[in-house]
Design a binder for this molecule. Sequence first.
Ligand code: 13P
Length: 283
Amino acid sequence: MLVNAKEILNRAHQEKYAIPHFNINNLEWTRFILEKCEELKSPVILGVSEGAIKYMGGNHVVVAIVKSLIEDLNITIPVVLHLDHGSSVESCKKAIDAGFTSVMIDASKFSLEENINFTKEVVLYAHLKNVTVEAEIGHVGGEEDGVADELAYAKVEDAIRLAKETGIDSLAPALGSVHGLYKGEPKLDFNRMKQIDEVLQVPLVLHGGSGIGDDLIRQAISCGISKLNINTELQMAWNASVREYLGTNSNVYDPRKVIKAGEEAMKAAISAKLSLLGSINRA
Ligand code: 13P
């Protein structure tokens, strides 16, 4: 069942567990994630970056793949189709028009005023169409150095203004996580996370969920994190298995066999995350 993120995130926030956001790259990844989450009865958010949308052929292709898999595989869990890091109002509107049920407007690189203005515009458009909106404050770093820049941490007062003035459904405050692999232990600012959560009572999102230790993730959930974004860990699990398979099966050329070689490892990584987040049997 394709839904927006409101109900499942609000429930997760109230009951102190988190919904997994897994990034998808193609048909097979989408199928592996849906099958495992259905088996374990966990709601799931399928995150699609602008790069992945382009890779797959466009917004309509993504929507068609997700809707068709839900139908043909008889998927009954709540599934959210979410634009990850929408870089402009236009990009969010296009995803919404094509049938995405949730979007992230990432205007975090702009000034607070601009971030508020862009986010407000997306919220106005999205809510009319029953689509939920996530925004970012502070800035979650990239793979360049694997360490978060402390200057990029979200300020509590900025987070509060962004959420209150825009009416967003969830907020991703940058508080020490980075996309991709970490150098050393991530330094998450749980104090600020808690403060933001207590004032806002809006589900919080943790980006850069790969490579954060289980204890830190549990602590983050207790401080208001209701959605954990995971991309790199699934890529690595799939990749290691496929490399091993190709190493011992050098005569294989059928792409179905190659892609499938990573299925089991990917599904094992998904199961482990769902049990860590506490989202099993919440569908
Ligand atoms: P990772 O690749 O570090 O898991 O981050 C994913 C993410 O935050 C997508 O928005």
